[in-house]
Design a protein around this ligand. Structure first.
Ligand SMILES: Cc1cc2nc3c(=O)[nH]c(=O)nc-3n(C[C@H](O)[C@H](O)[C@H](O)COP(=O)(O)OP(=O)(O)OC[C@H]3O[C@@H](n4cnc5c(N)ncnc54)[C@H](O)[C@@H]3O)c2cc1C
Ligand code: FES
Length: 356
């Protein structure tokens, strides 16, 4: 017996089986809802239960606090219906436009850009053209039941092979293999299986709000795709009859030391070429040899120092879960950013879904 789920404020509805997660049922029915990890770790799929019963499955404590649970919030990626439901969740327009597909891909190039970051270039089958939105990610199946997500760093309009930026997490199944620290390394010419595009972290091109792009570490990958897409759209709109001014874009990229800004030259170049674009790199643990005279500290705090009022902005944040969580909390509570203008993907890993 399936249950009816009514979504507010959109009024859309779908049916979910008692044995399935509500998010899966929604996406299957083409109802776009925010999500990221699908593992109960990132908190992106949070919704308010207005009526009915559900069973909240296991999730990491930071993704849904006890207080939020008591206040009627739920994580839809790990909650099953126990009755008809009425839920409140922001609909993601356009999510179903490019449905996820499964396909093989070949690793054509592995470029170690720092000791712990590799840029992986992928070749898709000749007959396949992967259509996606700037910011979305791919999920790779590495072995039985082992799946890992990586954001696409290439802008969708660019006619070149797709690449991803991967940071080594020592002890990790996939990245140990990619960095040659596992018994069976992943090498150039190897074939992987992927599914994509996935995720609801993607550029909303119709908004006119000034944009803050916020990245930590390899969170720069989808931010790069988003920035390049913004520049592309602005270029295409830059005709004499155009009435809209170019959206202002400020990119804050946080890293530990100078070498972790593994593509620093690229946003530096954008800053010289693009109107209304600012680039602010921020280091948290600059080395003496870096002779760093730029901004230091937590990257999201640099945003707050420069833009104490974010009420008119739109923020795209990506990278370490702690950074994304702190940015959402502080931007919304201290800087007046409307919650639905904070768009994010947190790079959660198995370390974030360890059960007590
Ligand atoms: C939507 C999304 C997009 C992402 N995009 C990117 C991206 O573009 N670039 C990127 O670099 N990463 C990205 N990530 C993170 C990525 O998916 C992987 O989680 C990450 O690369 C680690 O994978 P792994 O298999 O090497 O490590 P895992 O096997 O997942 O292990 C991760 C860490 O946890 C530790 N660990 C494993 N099991 C346990 C346990 N039981 N107890 C304690 N510790 C444990 C491991 O030692 C390791 O240090 C993304 C994540 C998400 C959800
Ligand atoms: S998608 Fe549900 S917690 Fe990440």
């Amino acid at each position: 017996m399936s249950f009816k789920v009514l979504v507010r404020p959109s009024g859309l509805q779908f049916f979910a089986e008692p044995t399935e997660n509500i998010l899966d049922a929604a996406l299957r029915a083409g109802v776009g809802m925010p999500f990221g990890c699908k593992d109960g770790a990132c908190g992106s799929c949070k919704a308010r239960v207005l009526a009915g019963e559900l069973e909240q499955g296991w999730h990491a404590a930071p993704a849904l606090s006890h207080e939020e649970h008591l206040a009627g919030l739920a994580l839809l990626c790990c909650a099953q219906p126990r009755s008809d439901l009425e839920i409140e969740v922001r609909e993601v327009a356009g999510y179903g436009e490019f449905p996820a597909r499964k396909m093989p891909c070949r690793i054509t190039h592995l470029e170690r850009v720092t000791p712990d970051v590799v840029v992986v270039t992928l070749q898709l089958p000749a007959a396949e053209h992967l259509r996606y939105r700037a910011g979305q990610f791919l999920e790779f199946t590495i072995g039985a039941g082992v799946r890992r997500c990586y954001s696409i760093a290439t802008a969708p309009h660019v006619d070149e092979a797709i690449s991803i930026h991967v940071r080594h997490m020592p002890g990790g199944v996939f990245t140990d293999a990619l960095f040659g620290a596992a018994a069976k390394p992943i090498k150039e010419r190897d074939i992987l299986r992927l599914e994509g595009p996935l995720g609801t972290f993607f550029l909303r091109p119709d908004s006119e709000r000034p944009i803050v792009l916020l990245a930590s570490g390899t969170g720069f990958a989808p931010i790069k795709a988003i920035a390049e897409t913004i520049f592309h759209l602005q270029l295409n709109h830059d005709d004499p009859g155009r009435t809209r001014p170019a959206r202002s874009v400020a990119l804050y990229w946080g890293a530990r030391a100078r070498r972790d800004l593994y593509m620093n030259g690229l946003p530096m170049r954008w800053a010289g070429e693009q109107p209304n674009f600012r680039y602010i790199p921020v280091l948290s643990d600059a080395l003496e040899e870096d002779a760093w005279t730029g901004r230091t500290g937590f990257v999201h705090q640099a945003v707050m120092q420069d833009l104490p009022d974010l009420s008119q902005h739109e923020v795209y944040a990506c990278g370490a879960p702690a950074m994304v969580e702190a940015a959402r909390r502080d931007f919304v509570h201290l800087c007046g950013l409307p919650d639905d203008h904070f768009l994010a993907d947190a790079f959660t890993s198995k370390a974030d879904v360890v059960k007590d």
